[in-house]
Design a protein around this ligand. Structure first.
Ligand code: G4P
Length: 528
């Protein structure tokens, strides 16, 4: 039994794709699913053209904007491994959600548009991965187009993202002259053919960089290529598994997602090198994935995944043991047992009932609002998983309603949206209007449309003269009480019941911090 659980955990690979919008995340996701046989036809993941919508594209606002507001989870098998791919919203306004998804993965695939290089959102996301030293695999995409110089791209990743690059493949040409890639570790050349996704055969492989067949095929290019590869091998880092697992070095692959070129190498890298689920820290102890008893934590809550099911889904990452359908699991924060009979997983665009799940897998628990982000579940042992971050919002709005009789609905709606992590809600000490905090402005639009659609409340958002928020704490309760008394005007309580200081400007924050040296002002709040 124990052996089986350990074996199952070892077979798992759980990762997310991080990229700037338009780098090719959706295209690559689709190719990964096609490649593994999880989906049969292109256009299932994002249906701009086919008219179908992805798992995550159900909200009107998403459809209007053609962006993926919410994350979803896809599971597929590859080479006797079970791979969980967690989708992250690419739009920067939803980065909070993305950050939390990244706490539930064991590795990340960074996709870079090779014509553009490192972009803003990639930098932010990589910084989040760094908080947990998440191993990163890099894919330089769009080599079927004119792109930037490959060595320059590696330099940029190293200097901007502060992670060393180890090219595993190397491109031969680009754009119309894209010939394929040389696999440095395997000493093989994979020949590129445009439109390859439509081909029934596999890409041709030529063994050995000195193979005379290459000179026949590319008489003009081979001398240069051999010289370039010698240079690359001398100038760049060799792949090293330990450094990759420590998040210090990233293997780099080159290709073209749309042509399905380079996809197999990425999957192989994930299966061969990316870590299986590791031990995970709870306040009480580190929990190992191969332990017999089930445990996990909720990293994301999603409302209305499907208009037919008007419930919320809590996404739980399994950290240990075996989950089997119908078993009783304990919701530790409220100390209540639930019979998890309707737990779901997400394949392609349909909900499926989960029969069993192991460390690394994600399960969805339908609920009516009693599960919050960061909640831990187990078979009974008290475990409090840590490390789910909330970030200090950068945008604020006061919120009023047109119809005062709807105050209760507004409060209920905002409390639930706050718990879901869709927006941060602050209740001022001085009893003024509720304040909403967000990382991106689109979050306010989503909240307004959901308040109207789900709670029947027409809310009005006013600008609020708040510059930033800090969660405050102090080990000395007396000092904290003094601080609260003196700063009531600027204090509020968030949806999780935590005390926050809302600063009108940077100067005010600095002065307050100087005046109250014993008080800790936190820029991020880790749940629990
Ligand atoms: P995202 O999820 O990261 O935002 O990117 P997405 O996959 O939607 O890709 C963004 C655009 O880049 C799409 O074109 C897509 O077809 C294109 N693309 C992705 N991979 C490659 C590649 O390897 N080579 C080339 N040449 N293009 C690639 P679009 O015109 O914006 O959208 P669509 O109408 O084709 O869906």
């Amino acid at each position: 039994m124990l052996n089986m659980i350990q074996e199952q955990a070892k077979r798992r690979r759980t990762f997310a794709i991080i990229s700037h919008p338009d780098a090719g995340k959706t295209t690559l996701t689709e190719k990964l699913l096609l490649f593994s046989g999880a989906i049969q036809s292109a256009g299932t993941v994002k249906g701009k053209k086919s008219g179908k919508f992805a798992t995550s594209d159900w909200m009107d606002i998403e459809k209007q904007r053609g962006i993926s507001v919410a994350s979803s989870v896809m599971q597929f098998d590859y080479r006797d491994h079970t791979v969980n791919l967690l989708d992250t919203p690419g739009h920067q306004d939803f980065s909070e959600d993305t950050y939390r998804v990244l706490t539930a993965v064991d590795s990340a695939l960074m996709v870079i548009d090779a014509a553009k290089g490192v972009e803003a959102q990639t930098i932010k996301l990589l910084n989040v991965c760094r908080m947990r030293n998440t191993p990163i695999v890099t894919f330089m995409n769009k080599y079927d187009r004119e792109v930037r110089d490959s060595l320059e791209l590696l330099d940029e990743v190293e200097s901007v993202l502060q992670i060393r690059c180890a090219p595993v493949t190397w491109p031969i040409g680009m754009g119309k002259n894209f010939k394929g890639v040389y696999h440095i570790l395997n000493d093989e050349i994979y020949l590129f053919e445009a439109g390859a996704e439509k081909l029934s055969h596999e890409f041709e492989v030529i063994k050995g960089i000195d193979n005379p067949r290459l000179d026949e095929l590319f008489p003009l290019e081979m001398d240069n290529l051999r010289a370039e590869i010698e240079l690359v091998q001398a100038a760049s880092n060799e792949f090293n598994l330990e450094e990759f697992l420590a998040g210090e070095l990233t293997p780099v692959f080159f290709g073209s997602a749309i042509n399905n070129f380079g996809v197999r190498e990425i999957l192989d890298a994930l299966v061969n090198w990316a870590p299986a689920p590791q031990g995970r820290a709870a306040l009480e102890r580190v929990v190992e994935p191969g332990e017999e008893k089930f445990s996990g934590f909720v990293f994301k809550i999603q409302a209305n995944m499907d208009p037919k099911h008007r419930d919320r889904i809590a996404f739980l990452r399994v950290c240990s043991g075996e989950f089997s359908r119908g078993m009783k699991i304990k919701h530790l924060r409220i100390n209540r047992e639930i019979a998890a009979s309707s737990v779901v997983t997400f394949m392609s665009h349909e909900r499926e009932l989960v029969e069993e799940a192991f460390a690394g897998d994600i399960i969805g628990i339908p609920n009516h609002g009693n599960i919050q982000i960061g909640d831990s579940f187990s078979e009974g042992e008290v475990l409090t998983y840590t490390g789910i971050p909330f970030f200090a919002p950068e945008l604020f709005r006061g919120v009023r309603i047109k119809n005062p009789l709807k105050m209760k609905q507004l409060q209920k709606g905002l409390q639930q949206l706050g718990e879901e992590g869709a927006v941060q809600v602050f209740k001022p000490h001085n009893g003024g209007d509720l304040i909403l905090g967000a990382v991106g402005v689109l979050q306010f639009e989503v909240v307004a449309s959901r308040l109207a659609a789900e709670y029947g409340v027409d809310a009005i958002f006013d600008s609020a003269s708040i510059w930033s928020a800090r969660w405050v704490s102090c080990p000395d309760k007396k000092k904290l009480a003094e601080f609260e008394k003196a700063n009531g005007m600027n204090l509020s309580i968030d949806a999780g019941g935590n005390l926050a200081y809302l600063a009108p400007n940077r100067v005010n924050l600095n002065l307050t911090q100087e005046r109250w040296p014993d008080i800790v002002f936190n820029e991020t709040r880790e749940l629990n």
